[in-house]
Design a protein around this ligand. Structure first.
Ligand SMILES: Nc1nc2c(ncn2[C@@H]2O[C@H](COP(=O)(O)OP(=O)(O)O)[C@@H](O)[C@H]2O)c(=O)[nH]1
Ligand SMILES: [Mg+2]
Length: 270
């Protein structure tokens, strides 16, 4: 299927070095799949001139956030702005450019070809430190116990959605969420959404300097940075309270396939 309008949304913080090239690469890759493509960048109060680095790209809308709030709230703001454009499909990807344009296009194609509600890019060949991989393994186990089945790469930032599906998710998850994608993945599984998985490469962030990373630099590369340990703890508490524990509010999220307008419904034979 050829989309009339595809929205590509991304959170960004100090990505001036790489985000423009990343957007250009995505544009080239998805051009054959949509009549029109709009990029929405939610800038989390960058200090390196990220918004200015995108000047001159007419298909890019930059939304400067009221305050620096981190990845989760910025990603949710990007989703909301993308949905406001009423696209036929919506892509979310992080602004640090850790994916390859042609593989993002393959994920978009998977949505249109399979008629799924969502497509997740499942990262392979991740070059994460051992402690990130260990954290991922623990989260995977916890989720398999809670949902009754494994969800590959539950927090992947590369996701393609049908608008009604993502509208339901964005409407359900509080706007300050630390790990909205974890909640999305769990709600999708529980609400019975059709999710397809495509394997994608995870490459190093595009900027030459590492100013955009959420985790700061570790004092020693073999030891997790303090910020990551703290973040992981807060994220686990949030996931438990909102999505995992018995009676958690997001366990009750329901997805209803939109019904056609009355005028479009078939009139029953009398
Ligand atoms: N460092 C940082 N990144 C943010 C913030 N807000 C949004 N982001 C964006 O969040 C994304 C994820 O950051 P990253 O550190 O790469 O997370 P990781 O890929 O899970 O290791 C990047 O695209 C950032 O540009 C923030 O306050 N700090
Ligand atoms: Mg990243």
């Amino acid at each position: 299927m050829h989309y009339a309008h595809l929205a590509v949304v991304m959170p960004a913080y100090n990505e001036a070095e790489g985000i423009g090239g990343f957007i250009d690469e995505i544009r080239t890759a998805v051009a054959p799949l949509a009549e029109r493509v709009t990029f929405v960048v939610a800038d989390d109060r960058s200090t390196d001139g990220t918004p200015g680095s995108l000047a001159g790209r007419d298909d890019v809308q930059v939304l400067i956030q009221p305050a620096n709030r981190g990845h989760g709230p910025t990603a949710l703001a990007a989703y909301r702005a993308g949905l406001a454009l009423a696209p036929d499909a919506l892509v979310h990807v992080d602004g640090d450019g850790q994916f390859i344009g042609t593989e993002i296009a393959a994920a978009v194609r998977a949505l249109s070809e399979t008629g799924a509600d969502a497509v997740h890019g499942v990262r392979r060949e991740r070059s994460d430190a051992w402690y990130r991989q260990a954290l991922t393994a623990c989260v995977r186990l916890l989720i398999a116990v809670a949902v009754g089945r494994g969800i590959p790469d539950v927090n992947t930032p590369l996701r393609v959605y049908r608008p009604d599906a993502v509208r339901m998710l964005v409407g359900a998850v509080p706007s300050g969420a630390l790990v909205p994608h974890v909640h999305f993945s769990l709600a999708e599984a529980r609400a019975g959404l059709t999710v397809r998985y495509v394997r994608v490469r995870s490459i190093p962030r595009r900027g030459a300097s590492a100013t955009g990373t959420m985790w700061g630099r570790a004092a020693r590369p073999s030891v997790p940075p303090k910020r990551l340990v703290l973040f992981a703890w807060h994220a686990l508490v949030e996931a438990w309270r909102w999505s995992l524990r018995p009676g958690a509010p997001l366990r009750a999220v329901e997805f209803r396939t939109p019904q056609p307008e009355p005028s479009q419904r078939e009139t029953p034979d009398r």
